[in-house]
Design a protein around this ligand. Sequence first.
Ligand SMILES: C[S@@+](CC[C@H](N)C(=O)[O-])C[C@H]1O[C@@H](n2cnc3c(N)ncnc32)[C@H](O)[C@@H]1O
Length: 245
Amino acid sequence: MVDLRLAASFRRIGEEYDLRRPGFPEEAAAEVLPGPVGSVLDLGAGTGKFTELLIDRADRVIAVEPSDPMRAVLMRKLPAVDARDGSAEEIPLRAASVDAVVAAQAFHWFDRERACAEIRRVLVPQGVLGLVWNRSVPDCTWDRACSRIAHPALEPGPSALDGPSEHLPGFEGPRVVHVPWFESIGRDEYIARWLTVSSFLAADPLESARMVALIEDVLDTDPATAGRSRFTLPQVTEVFVYRSL
Ligand SMILES: C[S@@+](CC[C@H](N)C(=O)[O-])C[C@H]1O[C@@H](n2cnc3c(N)ncnc32)[C@H](O)[C@@H]1O
């Protein structure tokens, strides 16, 4: 069940999200779209961090994003993209009008049944659905510990790192690909990134400060980060590729 309060927390952020959040490796986009297509829809496109990887892979790129500040950044950065207000549950497109749909770091915010039905409606038969998440790496103890502070239950999304991958109604697949990558990140930048995560966006100032203190404590005590102002952050981009039936 989606926590709508957390999902709506992105309605208050745009520029800061774009500044703080990481992008995605090209290889992740190449796994979803190995060759050029006519049209692709990025659903829950945010500020366009994955959308920008689609531009050279499709004649027409459409981005659907419900948050006004997120969409405003996307429109400024990527003027060639057809950016539209909308949601995964009500996609503002005609039936069978796109060859592929992508959702990066976003599918866990959708009402799954309704979103899958809508995605199938707008996709051509045998159209591609690519779901993408940047995830913490299991053996990076400090980043995993910080993830648990932000997401006490589980990191969002159906991680194949934690179990079998999920079947989606009306789709075949998935084919699962893991793309590992590294990022050099300053301690302050790393902490500021957490402030763009839904649980921080939705928290009151006291709760947010409590979570920041816990993250600082992890960074002060883990041998890989203690006493350092810059870290190497390993990440893995998980890509799930489905086809509509
Ligand atoms: C973590 S951000 C990911 C943004 C972007 N795809 C990226 O990778 O940077 C999640 C996005 O999903 C959007 N979102 C939340 N609920 C949604 C829904 N029901 N339909 C479409 N987008 C939704 C949010 O507004 C937010 O921009």
